[in-house]
Design a protein around this ligand. Structure first.
Ligand SMILES: Nc1ncnc2c1ncn2[C@@H]1O[C@H](COP(=O)(O)OP(=O)(O)O)[C@@H](O)[C@H]1O
Ligand SMILES: [Mg+2]
Length: 242
């Protein structure tokens, strides 16, 4: 019987029924059938989220639940609820996070990405420098179009750490193209330790920087991270209490 069940489930591509069916409580047939189908649905949902999380390539998993918003300054028309409800994603708007190192930008960007995956959205996370290196490599090997198509499948692109190291001119242009492709098509989250006025130093070209900031900021929520370094603060409070 069990073997037959397994065969039927396999033919129907029901991947989660076999492991769930024996433990499903029920009063009558429809109750039981509903339970079985719900288990299948839930299994598929969980596996889709796992797939999305893997594809996003987050360097670390961080969540909104353990994020303290105290040191985040929101612009008008945006607040914590709108942000964490991913309103910007629905509207294909961008989020720019500016602040010194250790103030929680990568954590919040990642947590928003994780939340987007949980809600079934495709996300890609890159450290800006890794992305530029990949773009240059794909350009040289003639596979840039395929890579761009792959990036275009994402609904949210997270570009972390804009501004730590300057790019070469080719790299800056390739990155500019990626951001231009996103314009009004999908959301981008960018984090940076530099004010917009200093982005010239990263791109090495005032005209390109102006065009990039223009596209990025047109439909963007610019958040300022004003706190002290969280790492430092914790190291200090840890030292005090011990
Ligand atoms: N507001 C916050 N709430 C919870 N943890 C935080 C917060 N800000 C920073 N952290 C933690 O401090 C560390 C550094 O934060 P990170 O996001 O990497 O900073 P940044 O990207 O701005 O340099 C991480 O481990 C992060 O989880
Ligand atoms: Mg960071």
């Amino acid at each position: 019987m069990k073997q037959e069940l397994a065969t039927v489930c396999k033919s129907l591509h029901l991947g989660y029924v076999m492991e769930a069916y024996e433990a499903i409580p029920f009063n009558d047939r429809s109750d039981y059938l509903l339970g079985v189908l719900q288990a299948e649905l839930q299994g598929r949902e969980m596996s889709r989220i796992r797939r999305l999380m893997k594809k996003a390539r987050f360097p670390q998993i961080k969540t909104l639940e353990d994020y303290d918003f105290e040191a985040v300054t929101f612009p008008v028309h945006c607040n914590r609820e709108l942000l964490t409800d991913l309103m910007f994603l629905e509207r294909k708007e961008n989020v720019v996070m500016l602040g010194k190192v250790g103030t929680g930008k990568t954590h919040l960007a990642t947590a928003l990405g994780v939340e987007a995956c949980r809600r079934g959205h495709e996300v890609r996370f890159f450290r800006v420098h890794d992305l530029v290196a990949q773009l240059q490599e794909k350009y040289q090997t003639g596979t840039l179009h395929r890579f761009q198509r792959e990036l275009n499948r994402a609904e949210l692109l997270i570009l972390d750490e804009m501004g730590f190291v300057p790019f070469h001119k080719d790299g800056a242009e390739l990155l500019f193209n990626v951001i231009s492709e996103c314009y009004e098509q999908r959301s981008v989250i960018v984090t940076s330790n530099l004010e917009f006025g200093q982005w010239n130093t990263v791109f090495g070209d005032a005209r390109l920087t102006a065009a990039l900031v223009d596209r990025l900021v047109h439909h963007a929520h610019v958040l300022a991270f004003t706190g002290e370094s969280y790492r430092l603060k914790h190291a200090l409070s840890g030292a005090k209490s011990s």
